[in-house]
Ligand binder design. Structure first.
Ligand SMILES: [Zn+2]
Length: 215
């Protein structure tokens, strides 16, 4: 059973579902498809980003990854159909998918919203479960109503260390506390999710269930 994580940028897969990736990798083939990389801006060269993605995927025990090298923070310059076709092609390439994790639409980041839309177009005729993960947004956006309607919770306590180790691979994105991409903030967020679902002191990730077939 193949699991696919569609990530707009390198680090979104870790922040949004790194714990679940590590858990699922024990019994499933987990693949990551990165939508954007390749410019030489804040995130460094394409070669440097490829190394970061490889290292993060290795720590999370992913089976493989691919990058579409679409322009970072510029997905709105592309046609949705081109992005959707690229996602669909990767699903074919890896031999099909049973579950797919995509970014939540509840984000101000255009790359995230368009990745959500493109993935839904790509997956609409495929019988696979679809879940949306949430990544922390600078300044928060929950106060503006941009909050995920997450109803699926997973205890990732045993996979939290690999998750933070994978995050350390993304040198340009890691922050010191109180930055949202610091280990301390990641632990706080995972703790709060555990509290919200009555699982404290477990560290958790939560997901929107976009579509699910059976049990
Ligand atoms: Zn992102």
């Amino acid at each position: 059973m193949n699991v696919l994580v569609v990530a707009p940028h390198g680090d979104d897969e870790v922040l949004g579902c790194g714990g679940v990736m590590h858990q699922l990798a024990a019994s499933h083939a987990v693949y990551v498809l990165y939508m954007c990389y390749g410019d030489e801006g804040r995130r460094g060269t394409q070669v440097a980003q490829q190394a970061e993605m490889t290292n993060a995927c290795n720590i999370l025990k992913a089976t493989g990854w691919a990058g579409l090298a679409f322009p970072d923070q510029r997905l709105d310059t592309l046609a949705i159909s081109d992005m959707a076709n690229a996602v669909a092609n990767y699903c074919e390439q890896i031999g099909g998918v049973s579950s797919v994790f995509i970014p939540s639409f509840a984000s101000l980041n255009t790359d995230h919203r368009l990745t959500y839309e493109a993935a839904l177009v790509a997956l609409r005729r495929r019988k696979c479960n679809v879940y949306a993960y949430h990544t922390p947004q600078p300044g928060g956006m929950e106060w503006a109503g941009l909050r995920p309607n997450a109803c699926l919770v997973v205890d990732i306590s045993d996979s939290f260390s690999p998750k933070t180790a994978a995050m350390q691979c993304y040198k340009s994105e890691v922050e010191n506390f109180p930055g949202l991409r610091s280990t301390e903030a990641m632990r706080s967020e995972a703790s709060v999710i555990g509290l919200q679902f009555g699982l404290a002191p477990a560290l958790c990730e939560s997901f929107e269930v976009v579509r699910r077939y059976g049990f």
